[in-house]
Design a binder for this molecule. Structure first.
Ligand code: GLV
Ligand code: MN
Ligand code: MN
Ligand code: MN
Length: 425
């Protein structure tokens, strides 16, 4: 449809939607030193389950069917008129960064719920079912890498390769998932995604932009054209502890000094005069981490992203040699924990989103995503796309993250209309 469905647009309630997003923001809420209200809701934690319970109650209250798969991905199902058709899938994630905001992830789930609710309240039947999904562990903040739920769902990665992945307290993701599934044993279990069942008809993910462009340009929504590629590595540098007062510097195998050399050399490798490449070292662990003992071990992470797969391959593959040449005294190991090529979203999903925005008189712009999202793993399996809404100053992965009630409602109305179109084709 090229025109807005007026009763559907009216059925999306800005107030109700905002209240529900804010109710979620209270689960794992904290206030930082500047008075910002952030969220710390690690995946597969008690807080995660509490938020899911609220969502499940809400979904059951409006007549949706709830089920969970073997990776803890949670599904809320609106039935279509033809039960033999594959569903249109929409959603995002409910886990947050440890120092996260109130919108990253959770908004896409709540937008899906509000959109489905509006379709039902407007009395509109859809041919296909619509399912709202909350993917497990998108952030990778507790268990690296992120996007485990969607990678397991699509068979992009073999889940048993994560068996040993543990959080800071030594709890493995395997054990955390088992505990989580036991706590949700009352929910019907469904087959795991495209690995054990058919592909969805289409996938649409709504998310805050997490960057400044939409706000700066006065756009209402962003129609995401694709997602740049990402590679995550873990580097471990192994030296020897010595007494800081007695051991001559020339005789040491100082892991901190070699880590500094490695990071400096990597900065040179990753230098990009066009400023397109993203290279980040943001987690460094030193052992034994005391001021008067030379460190015997440093572990640091690499997050490397680029929209061009040739660059992603070439520079990513050069990391090992660059570290090797930079180290003076220590040994090292390099583990690649995540490798996702850039993706481009093809019609019909971006087109459906753009049609919906235009029909509602909203300003829309095509744009790439710098952040990764669960959507990228659906691309090989079904038509996929994403919708962005503006967020204040582009701030995200921070407690100051903010998107207005109007922006949330506008995005949800576009999502609702696009879902309706996809669910009727
Ligand atoms: C996901 O949060 C990302 O780092 O892009
Ligand atoms: Mn997110
Ligand atoms: Mn995030
Ligand atoms: Mn993300």
């Amino acid at each position: 449809p090229e025109t807005a469905a007026p009763n559907l647009v009216a059925a999306v309630s800005e107030a109700r939607h905002w209240d529900q997003v804010m109710a979620m923001a209270r689960i794992g809420a904290f206030t930082d030193a500047d008075g910002n209200e952030g969220v710390n809701r690690p995946c597969l934690s008690a807080l995660d389950r509490e938020a899911r319970r609220v969502l499940i109650r809400e979904a059951q209250g409006i007549g949706l069917g709830v089920s969970v798969d073997s990776w803890g991905n949670l599904f809320l199902r609106h039935e279509g008129t033809d039960a033999t058709l594959a569903p249109v899938l929409t959603g995002s994630h409910m886990d947050s960064q440890p120092n996260g905001g109130r919108f990253d992830g959770i908004w896409g789930v709540m937008a899906g719920l509000e959109a489905v609710r509006a379709i039902r309240e407007a009395g509109i039947a859809t041919r296909r079912p619509i399912e709202v999904v909350a993917w497990t562990n998108e952030e990778g903040g507790r268990f690296a890498p992120g996007c485990m739920g969607s990678m397991a769902f699509t068979g992009f990665a073999r889940p048993d390769t994560w068996d040993a992945v543990a959080d800071k307290d030594g709890i493995t993701v395997k054990d955390a998932l088992a505990e989580h599934l036991a706590a949700e044993a009352d929910l019907p279990r469904r087959p795991l995604g495209t690995v054990e069942g058919p592909a969805p008809h289409a996938y649409v993910e709504a998310h805050i932009e997490q960057g400044p462009m939409l706000e700066r340009e006065g756009q209402d929504v962003g129609i995401v054209s694709g997602i740049q590629g990402s590679r995550w590595f873990l580097v471990e540098i192994q030296g020897r502890t010595d007494h800081a007062g007695t051991s001559p510097v020339s005789l040491r195998q100082d892991a901190v000094q070699d880590a500094v050399r490695a990071i400096t050399a990597l900065n040179a490798l990753m230098h990009d005069p066009t400023d397109v490449l993203r290279f980040t070292v943001a987690s460094i662990e030193v052992s034994p981490n005391t001021s008067n003992t030379v460190a015997d071990r440093v572990r640091f992470t690499i997050d490397f992203r680029h929209p061009d797969n040739v660059v992603l391959q070439a520079r990513g593959n050069a990391i090992e040699g660059v570290i090797q040449s930079a180290l003076r005294h220590c040994r090292f190991s390099l583990t690649e924990r995540f490798h996702a090529a850039p993706v481009e979203f093809q019609p019909p999903v971006p087109d459906a989103l753009e049609r919906a925005a235009r029909a509602q008189g909203l300003k829309a712009k095509r744009m790439p995503s710098g952040a990764f999202h669960d959507a990228q793993f659906l691309v090989p399996h079904c038509p996929t796309g994403m919708l962005f809404i503006p967020c204040r100053n582009g701030v995200s992965h921070h407690p100051a993250e903010y998107a207005s009630p109007e922006a949330l409602a506008a995005g949800t109305r576009v999502l609702a209309q696009a879902l309706l179109e996809l669910a009727n084709d």
